[in-house]
Design a protein around this ligand. Structure first.
Ligand code: 5AD
Ligand code: SF4
Length: 464
């Protein structure tokens, strides 16, 4: 922590209103969010905290007094993107600029190199943002840097959502102890922290009572969840619950139609979790289990903790237990020293695994990670070429699975409107996009759809 950049005074929990500012509601804040689903969860919480504190939200950046950027930095040059967005959105009304999330955690005081930024806050202290903003507005402070790790305190400050959507995220676990050598998450989100099971159950119950139908349990390493158990067995300590037990409890809550969880690590994927999939109707027959690479040498250098064969055997076992299960994965191409043979091993793994959908990325050198200083960094041109080949290979399976859906009836949760009039787009149980036409607004509704046509990235159907 930079001593010159003192923290603003705040009460424990950070929701103490400033004495100096009386009409907080006159100050409008605009929030821009980039990144993973956990960033979406965090941003929704930030909005609620700011409104609870007294500020007013605006969706028009040009009239905002307070600009908040909440950004991830897992891959691209996020800091640069934030800075160009600041330049773009700053206007004559802007009084406070706050940059938060993993990008602030990683860049620390460098964030202030950009003129005009007042607050840099890490992902574990966003509960203190409202009081920091009021300190800047009242002139008590001009620059505030807070990148402490306070997961337990943060969750204690969060309240129920103000506006509940049909699909809601619930963070159950944050941070990561796996230290994959390419990844910044253990440094930006911190060590693993699992929320107590009772807090998660209560948050989920409230969301369901207020209209949520789908719940997505979030964690950087969700299947290593080990939160405090909710019940006391007489004479025994509370002990902990693992993800498996938590899913069983949540899946029986009233109002829940679909339950997802992400992101899993292959080494923590237990046989019990596979069996729960087979026995739990609200859990879709779909699992995101990132492989990252198919070469044992590269997997070892990545510190993934498993071989390609161990990974593929897990998928096979899962298919034996749960025959209709579908998989998705993440891949990184061009990890330092990756040869053509290593890359060929990734393609081999992909051909054997047969994914319904997958995400693939060029390796991005992240400051402070072990891989960033490894010898034999792969050239951009080679990364581009390998990414193209990998994506073509993945797409073949995706098209194959989409074609298999033709003639089936799928239950779809609709999320947004399509490009053409009356079009609605939703997701089936396998997280594939399904498009239909309807006179009725379908957003937030579950409906059965008869799939008539398949394309590369989506399927078309009619309401059944
Ligand atoms: N470069 C490229 N991709 C990365 N990911 C994480 N770190 C990096 C990096 N440095 C990818 C992994 C992970 C996904 C969320 O992002 O595939 O599963
Ligand atoms: Fe990053 Fe690896 Fe942890 Fe995933 S498991 S968050 S890739 S360190």
């Amino acid at each position: 922590m930079n001593k010159e950049l003192e923290q603003a005074s705040f009460s424990q929990g950070g929701s103490e209103k400033s004495d100096v500012l009386h009409n907080l509601a006159d100050y409008k804040f605009y929030i821009e969010n980039h990144g993973c689903q956990m960033n979406v969860y965090d941003s929704r919480k930030i909005v609620d905290l700011m409104i609870d504190f007294g500020f007013t939200q605006t969706f028009n950046s040009q009239e905002a007094d307070i600009l908040i950027f909440y950004t991830c930095n897992i891959r691209e040059k996020a800091a640069q993107r934030v800075f160009s967005n600041i330049g773009f959105l700053k206007n004559q009304n802007t009084k406070v600029i706050a940059v938060g999330g993993c990008v602030a955690q990683a860049e620390k005081e460098n964030i202030f190199k950009h003129k005009g930024v007042n607050i840099a806050f890490g992902p574990q202290v966003y509960h203190k943002l409202p009081s920091y903003v009021s300190s800047v507005l009242s002139g008590q402070k001009d620059k505030i840097l807070d990148i402490e790790f306070e997961q337990d305190k943060k969750f204690g400050c969060l309240h129920d959502r103000r506006e509940v959507s049909y699909s809601e995220f619930v963070t159950i676990q944050e941070g990561c102890d796996n230290f994959c050598t390419y990844c910044v998450v253990p440094y930006t989100r911190g060590r693993e922290y699992s929320r107590p099971a009772l807090d998660i159950i209560n948050e989920t119950k409230t969301l369901l009572k207020n209209g949520a139908k789908e719940i997505i349990l979030l964690g950087q390493n969700v299947n290593s969840y080990h939160g405090e158990a909710p019940y006391i067995n007489i004479g025994k300590p509370k002990g902990t619950w693992r993800l498996e037990r938590l899913i069983q409890e949540i899946s029986s809550l009233d109002g829940l139609r679909r339950l997802r969880y992400t992101t899993s690590h292959p080494k923590d994927f237990t046989t019990e979790l596979m069996e729960i999939h087979a026995d739990t109707p609200v859990l879709p027959p779909f699992a995101h289990i990132p492989a990252q690479a198919g070469s044992d040498r590269i997997l070892k250098m990545m510190n993934r903790g498993h071989t390609a064969r161990e990974y593929l055997d897990k998928l096979k076992k899962f298919r034996d237990i749960c025959p209709n299960i579908h998989f998705s994965s993440d891949f990184i191409v061009g990890f330092p020293s990756e040869t053509d043979e290593d890359f060929e091993d990734t393609l081999k793994l992909v051909r054997e695994a047969k994914y319904t959908i997958s995400y693939s990325f060029k390796y991005s050198r992240r400051k402070g990670t072990p891989a960033a200083v490894m010898d034999s960094q792969v050239s951009e041109a080679v990364k581009t070429e390998r990414l193209k080949i990998l994506q073509e290979t993945l797409l073949k399976d995706q098209i194959y699975y989409n074609n298999q859906l033709v003639g089936q009836t799928n239950e779809v949760l609709f999320e947004k409107v399509g490009r053409k009039p009356k079009q609605y787009i939703g997701k089936n149980a396998y997280s594939q996009s399904v498009i239909v036409e309807s006179d009725k607004n379908l957003i937030g509704e579950f409906a059965n759809v008869f799939i008539e046509k398949a394309s590369e990235n989506s399927t078309l159907g009619r309401l059944a």
